[in-house]
Design a protein around this ligand. Structure first.
Ligand SMILES: Cc1ncc(COP(=O)(O)O)c(C=O)c1O
Length: 388
């Protein structure tokens, strides 16, 4: 595992690099936005894919036992969750799962709770289908994001569905068992179904512990969990998501909509990659988590010289939520300085909705040398433009 190795993604049609002009108006930015990593995937995944691709026929493929076994084993090993094979419903992508859950489980005008600032597709999943958006905005208490439970409970009384992000993107919070218990109880008492997007569940840093909400008594019958090896093992381009649904009638409703849109056909490579990721990439993941943590510490050490940019504590994910509010800049100006002066391509906080004002999101899953360059550029811009 040599995560320090620079691997050029130019010419691979990577969204992060090739969409720079569309996104930032220039190619001259270090791209630290789209949530995939500029780090090599595991040898086991590469070998499995090469082996599969060597066979020259790429016809229709069926799900096979080793695929389901690998998900079951992983959930048990990584999260202590014993799931049955029948509970697993392969889906296309997580965002497809969010949208189709909304279609399957709610009607026009029904209320859907989300917790901004949040990964933008959560907004679209509610709004694009004509549902009523109920925003339970997260609040910062003593420098840490917390859930406003009073507001959540009030919204739950008029909601049908809760689109939950656990761990949370972009704040990096890993919800504690106590927080999850409260959410589950409120949802259960008010007849609110939960869609829990847990795609960042395996990227959790020491001292934090991810609990799948569906393992809680109050939540198990009302939850659809969405997950994938995509973020953890850097195979997001190989669409590989699945849902876990214990309640059989909920599962039927969910499954039917995927059948209706013909979204139940796997690709041969997504199955091979999933098995290789979950069964044979543990050492790679252990090393990755150490590397990412060191990257995080490196950024924090560099930000000491830039006191008006503060890194929110990141308990999970490779996405750092930077609090730039002390710079007192409007969001357009903040973005412009990041692009034009620091020459860095980050996501703006405002793109994550309410509470995102004055923030920027930085993807730190890059070789250290790239981060060093990024921090050098930021420091120069800080001295010239921010430090006034
Ligand atoms: C919370 C969350 N859910 C879903 C996704 C995207 O998943 P998919 O590509 O499977 O739709 C992302 C990607 O950044 C994410 O952060």
């Amino acid at each position: 595992m040599n995560f320090d190795k620079l691997i050029s993604r130019e010419g691979t049609n990577s969204e992060k690099y090739d969409s720079r002009v569309i996104k930032f108006g220039t190619e001259d930015v270090l791209p630290l936005w789209v949530a995939d990593m500029d780090l090599s995937s595991s040898k086991a995944i590469q070998t499995a894919l090469i082996e599969r691709v060597k066979h020259p026929i790429y016809g229709y493929t069926g799900y096979y036992d080793a695929y389901f076994d690998s998900i079951q084993r992983w959930m048990h090993k990584a999260h202590g969750w014993q799931i049955e094979k029948e509970w697993i419903a392969p889906i296309n992508a997580i965002v497809t799962g969010l949208n189709l859950s909304v279609e399957a489980l709610t009607k026009k005008g029904d209320g859907i709770i989300i917790q901004p600032p949040i990964y933008p597709p959560f907004y679209y999943a509610a709004k694009n289908h004509g549902r009523k958006l109920l925003e339970n905005e997260l609040k910062i208490v003593d420098g840490k994001y917390e859930i406003d439970f009073e507001d959540f409970e009030a919204k739950a009384k008029v909601a049908k569905l809760f689109l939950f992000c656990s761990p949370h993107n972009p704040t990096g919070r890993v919800w504690t068992k106590d927080e999850l218990e409260k959410l589950a109880r409120i949802c259960k008492e008010n007849g609110v179904l939960i869609i829990s997007d847990e795609v960042h569940a395996d990227l959790v840093y020491e001292g934090n512990f991810h609990v799948p909400i569906a393992t809680l008594e109050n939540a198990k019958d009302i939850t659809i969990t969405l997950n994938a090896p995509s973020k953890t093992f850097n195979i997001a381009g190989i669409v590989s998501a699945y849902a876990i649904v214990e309640n059989s009638s909920l599962r039927r409703r969910f499954h039917e909509i995927f059948k209706r849109y013909s979204l139940t056909q796997p690709t041969p490579i997504s199955l091979s990659a999933t098995v290789a990721a979950y069964d044979f990439s543990d050492d790679w993941l252990d090393a990755l988590l150490i590397y990412l943590k060191e990257n995080l510490e490196y950024i924090e050490s560099r930000l000491l010289k830039m006191p008006n940019i503060k890194a929110m504590s990141t308990e999970s994910t490779f996405l750092l939520w930077l609090d730039c509010k002390s710079l007192n800049l409007d969001d357009k100006k903040l973005e412009a300085i990041f692009i034009k002066d620091a020459k860095l391509g980050l996501n703006t906080g405002v793109s994550f909705g309410k509470g995102g004002e004055g923030f920027m999101r930085l993807n730190f899953a890059v070789p250290r040398v790239v981060l060093e360059k990024a921090m050098d550029q930021l420091e120069v811009a800080y001295q010239e433009k921010f430090n006034v």
